[in-house]
Design a protein around this ligand. Structure first.
Ligand code: DAH
Length: 375
């Protein structure tokens, strides 16, 4: 039989007489074993089993054979093709595993390594205290409510029983925003109390919310900043009274100042939106240059509060014959100054990095009641 000896690019010879089949198979197997990666293996496959591959060329020679010869060699050639295909598949599995192993080794993370010793940023004491206050009231069953910094005059004042000519408006030293098309003026909210209004307008009782946020007044000295932070609390239900209010504030103080007991003193006061109105002081000891709570002979102003004025309930669509409630509000910055011994409120807002490094909190120390409030 005349045999045309062909060589393809990888050097496999095709068109072998029968006796050379084992040689061809060994060559192919050597090439498969020598393929260092999947691309090399693929070119081995093409040169063996591709359209013009060595094995394919061999199969093509069957066409010119006699039926007997074809039966005999056909079986041999096909068996060769199957073995080669199998060997390629096996090598492919090995190579894939090698790639995966290499990648796993490369991307390996040693979880036992210690974390970086120090994060670059710190949490501002105001953010810290906002989170602390929120965590404490959330534990007492209060939901968090929010409102915008730019507020309707109506919500900031009128609905809270402070009509346009009311002298309390002067006390608030309001920042006014440019007149609206309808002649009304928005304000930078002077307190967080308008969130009470917003909540009552969209939610029916029972209501139990806390609303920490920013407030603004034209004022600036060591204890006043034109932008400052307050928290507002509101509870509306069928049976509420001053005793509930006192208990809630006491629980708050104990948790916030991290002491077992506090003593509170009530002083009669006036706020247009509450009747009666009460201001609360906390017994403290300032001797020794440090404040301690629950002992001593000094008193510290804590919060304004009172039973929600029936007119405020009415203004917000709540029936004062059926519902009553209490509200309270206090300064977040002041709480932060007290708890963390920060003397000047203005330093909070100067963005002095040295100050932030000194007074800031670690970024991952989220305050919780069971994990610890202030780390
Ligand atoms: N909004 C008052 C203020 O900024 C604080 C306040 C007093 C809030 C009494 C209240 C309250 O909810 O009942 O001075």
């Amino acid at each position: 039989m005349a045999v045309a000896k062909l060589r393809d690019s990888t050097g496999f010879e095709t068109g072998f007489p029968m006796s050379d089949i084992q040689v061809l198979e060994r060559q192919i197997r050597d090439a498969i074993a020598g393929a260092a990666d999947e691309a090399a293996l693929e070119s081995v496959r093409v040169s063996a089993l591709g359209k013009k591959g060595a094995v394919s060329e061999l199969l093509k020679t069957l066409g010119s054979m006699t039926p007997d010869e074809r039966r005999e060699k056909g079986a041999l050639f096909n068996a060769l093709r199957d073995r080669v295909a199998e060997a390629i598949a096996a090598r492919k599995t090995v190579l894939e595993k090698e790639v995966l192993d290499a990648r796993l080794a490369f991307e390996r993370v040693d979880v036992t390594l210690p974390p970086r010793p120090q994060a670059a940023g710190t949490v501002h004491p105001v953010s810290q205290v906002l989170d602390e206050v929120t965590a404490i009231f959330a534990d007492l069953g209060f939901a968090v409510a929010e409102g915008p910094d730019v507020e309707y005059d109506d919500y900031n004042f009128t609905k809270l029983n402070i009509p346009p000519d009311h002298p309390a408006r002067q006390m608030h030293d309001t920042f006014y925003v440019a007149k609206q098309a309808d002649g009304s003026r928005h304000v930078l909210r002077t307190h967080t109390s308008p969130v009470q209004v917003r909540t009552m307008l969209k939610q029916s009782p029972p209501i139990r919310i806390i609303s920490p946020g920013r407030a603004y007044r034209v004022d600036s000295d060591a204890t006043h900043s034109p932008m400052f932070h307050q928290f507002e609390g509101l509870v509306i239900d069928e049976v509420t009274h001053l005793g509930h209010l006192k208990w809630v504030l006491e629980e708050f103080c104990k948790a916030f100042f991290e002491v077992d007991a506090v003593e509170m003193r009530a002083r009669p006061s006036f706020f247009p939106f509450t009747e009666p109105s009460v201001e609360w002081d906390l017994r403290c000891d300032r001797s020794g240059g440090q404040i301690k709570f629950g002992q001593g002979n000094d008193w510290l102003e804590l919060a304004g509060s009172g039973m929600v004025h029936p007119r405020v309930l009415e203004n917000c669509g709540i029936d004062p014959a059926r519902y009553q409630g209490y509200a309270f509000g206090g300064g977040i910055d002041r709480l932060a100054m007290l708890k963390y011994a920060i003397p000047d409120i203005r330093s909070f807002f100067e963005s002095d990095l040295r100050w932030l490094r000194h007074y800031g909190f670690a970024a991952l120390d989220v305050p919780t009641l069971d994990g610890g409030l202030s780390g």
